[in-house]
Design a protein around this ligand. Sequence first.
Ligand code: GTP
Ligand code: MG
Length: 457
Amino acid sequence: MEFNTVDICVVGHTNAGKTSLLRTLLRQKDFGVVAAMPSTTRDVVGTETKAPSAKTLKWHDTPGLEESRELYDVMRNGTPEDLKHDGPGQVNYFLQQEKLVTRFSQESKVLKQLMQSHAALVVIDTRSSVLEKLLDELSILKLSGIPLIPVLNFSTIKDDVKRWEEALRKMSIHNFVVFDTVRTPPSAEEELFEQLASVLPKFKEDFKAHLEYRRQAQVSRVSESLLHVADLIAEVGTLYEIAEKNKQSSIQTELEKQVQSFESKYTLKILDIFGFTASDARLAALPMMKGHWDDNVFDPSTWSKFGKSVAATTATGGAVGLSIDVMTGGLSLGLGTLIGGALGVAYESAGAFGERVKAKIAGKQLFTVDKAVLEIITTRAMLLINALQKRGLAAQQSVEIEFDQQLDLSPLSGSYRTLKRNLNWSKEDLELRLVRDKYNAWRTKFQESLHTVMKEM
Ligand SMILES: Nc1nc2c(ncn2[C@@H]2O[C@H](COP(=O)(O)OP(=O)(O)OP(=O)(O)O)[C@@H](O)[C@H]2O)c(=O)[nH]1
Ligand SMILES: [Mg+2]
């Protein structure tokens, strides 16, 4: 028989995490209803995933099994003798008994869908003991003759997983996938697809195509978010003010505001790529409110959290987070070139415009954002992206980030420096094609370096 779709149903005890698993696997944050109480899913709900040149995968979420002990007894005792060795026959026989179907209405829906599927993912909450009712469930599912792949869910405790592995082995089930819908490493998802391919060899190429398509989608999500980090760093790294030294504190306040608003804008974009909104309850454990990080990057305690020393800045009378270049009346050569470049004019050939600039800046100071601030912003964006890409979309539990992880940002040093020579990358100047081309080259390079940083995380 030729099939246009490959049908996979997700079955298991109530509350084992079936709907959550599908949300995670399909990257559909709105799929079905997930709740901490049992019997949340009441009917079979289907959804599809497509990949180029592959059959569509049809996923069926099913209600939880609850009365397996009674059902298994009924099936064992009521089966006609000639179906003794015919599991699927036994299930079909049961499904033809109207009275029983009404009595076990939830279970019947599951078995009906199971009999129309090519394979089933059996979700098991490994925190639970190996109770007889759960083994009865597995025995009933096995009768269907459909390939089963147990998904050992809530798998954060090794001993729980081991206990279930043993129980499965005693039932001659040797294949399974270890999963946790809250902290799903991409490798677990891949393993699941590989297992599907191995129990359904007929569709091997289709699963392979889907797997490849999923890999590409994940790579694109990461890449796209790294570009946002590049834009964020460029926006912050090219902020500058020219003013007298006594304006330092008001300038700091102004820059702080701008930095925070840029960081928040790009953080929201990154969250969106991975399917989160700013007010998402699953982000509750992050030190962040509506896309604003709680820790101010101009605060010494934030610096020390990220392993940065404030000694150098404060010793010279500067403010934490500001980089200050003192300008003398005549301008030192280095600084002149810096400012010339910053304002988009070659200083040596400065015409009237250059003279105006010179007059304006003579005797003043150039305030920019310190490199350490750029590094802190880069670090927390990278930690966020890393956490988001590793996490399932399912549960209500929160995304967490360990901030004590120090990243090696040395691949970015050159790019940070380049920003200081291109303070003119303001929005208006970027509309000039030459400036835009130069900026795009910087951006691509920065993104590449971020990939290098990410490999080490
Ligand atoms: N920590 C953790 N929580 C999970 C995991 N999987 C699911 N949950 C949570 O467990 C609860 C039940 O998840 P559901 O996906 O609704 O479970 P279900 O099997 O579809 O439940 P029914 O539809 O009622 O049978 C929810 O509160 C989920 O957030 C997991 O792997 N780890
Ligand atoms: Mg459900």
